[in-house]
Ligand binder design. Structure first.
Ligand code: R2B
Ligand code: URA
Length: 313
């Protein structure tokens, strides 16, 4: 059942139990979620996951473990004593997956292909588990454009490296375009929270477009890769053009995340911290401890949102 506004920018959000938009997956048949080492026959997915309401994704396994630990105290969830948090996907070394109450904290690796695989398997997991009304977040890092490093950017729209608002996937020998649409209401709620929540003060938060590239070096107009066939002026002209199109940050997964949230009919938001200002340089030279603190900023905002949602505020 799909309901909701149908204008060009609003995603259509599924109500009730998450249905798959794939007639080939039949509920009685075995479905192996290979990269997270789970399956609908090998595991009792409904009893393990039926209560999940939030999926939080981020690139690094360590950061998503830290986020899970942070959620234990932020949401005051009881973890059986002596057990600690368990990586539920430990049967595979591709991704990590933690469950803290109604929240999944899961790593997606770097780049669109890695996030794409994980996203398919998480949506199937939620479907097999009988979950309903699940909201997805990507908590990431990025390069900023013309904003103070350490700022947060909530993505208004994800664009590709040619500034197009859709992802192109080569499917059966043809290019298929999937539009990237994030939930504008969810983004506005996050923005309001960032401006008012005491946990989220001390840095700026922007609501802007995000450019998603297929590469960290040439894809993001860097001069410091192993190869480079353009000049510093070409780089700056391109970055200024991107900036003047309303883009505040550059990263490598938002486009796939946004278009797959839309295809799955789930609410989604992307919150990234910026690690440097790309109009001023290419290399990330900020000390490790400072970067660690900055990377906790998206986590604090999303944890605050979840906490408020669960307390009914
Ligand atoms: C941000 O950081 C990673 C590259 O360093 C990539 O996963 C991204 O989107
Ligand atoms: N991640 C990116 O993709 N780009 C940056 O510049 C920093 C983090």
């Amino acid at each position: 059942q799909r309901t909701g506004k149908k204008d060009a920018d609003h995603p259509v959000i599924q109500k009730g139990k998450l249905q798959l938009n794939n007639p080939h997956i039949q509920s009685g048949e075995e479905d192996v979620l290979y990269h997270i080492a789970l399956g609908n026959k090998s595991h009792d997915l409904p009893s393990l996951f039926h209560d999940v309401k939030f999926v939080c994704m981020g690139g690094s396994p360590n950061r998503m473990k830290q986020f899970a630990e942070y959620l234990v105290s932020a949401l005051q969830v009881n973890v059986p004593s002596g057990m600690g948090l368990t990586n539920i996907a430990c049967g595979s070394d591709r991704y990590v997956l933690y469950k803290v109450g109604p929240v999944l904290s899961v790593s997606h690796g770097m780049g669109v292909p890695s996030l794409s695989i994980l996203f398919h398997e998480i949506v199937k997991l939620l479907h097999h588990a009988g979950c309903s009304d699940v909201t997805f977040f990507r908590l990431g890092t990025s390069g900023g454009l013309g904003i103070e490093p350490g700022s947060l950017v909530i993505t208004e729209q994800a664009l590709d490296g040619l500034l197009r608002p859709y992802i192109e996937v080569a499917t059966l020998g043809k290019t298929v375009q999937h539009p990237s649409r994030l939930d504008p209401d969810l983004a506005q709620d996050l923005l309001k929270l960032a401006q008012t929540d005491p946990e989220c003060q001390g840095h700026s938060t922007y609501f802007s477009k995000t450019m998603c590239t297929l590469d960290f070096y040439e894809g993001q107009a860097r001069l410091d890769g192993a190869f480079c066939d353009y000049q510093a002026e070409d780089k700056m002209a391109f970055l200024r053009k991107v900036h003047s199109s309303g883009v505040a940050n550059i990263e490598m997964e938002s486009l796939c995340f946004a278009s797959y949230c839309h295809r799955a009919g789930v609410r989604g938001a992307v919150v990234c911290v910026t690690l440097l200002d790309r109009l001023k340089g290419d290399q990330i030279t900020t000390p490790h401890e400072v970067l660690e603190e900055w990377q906790r900023r998206p986590q604090k905002l999303v944890a605050s949102y979840i906490k408020r949602y669960l307390s009914g505020k």
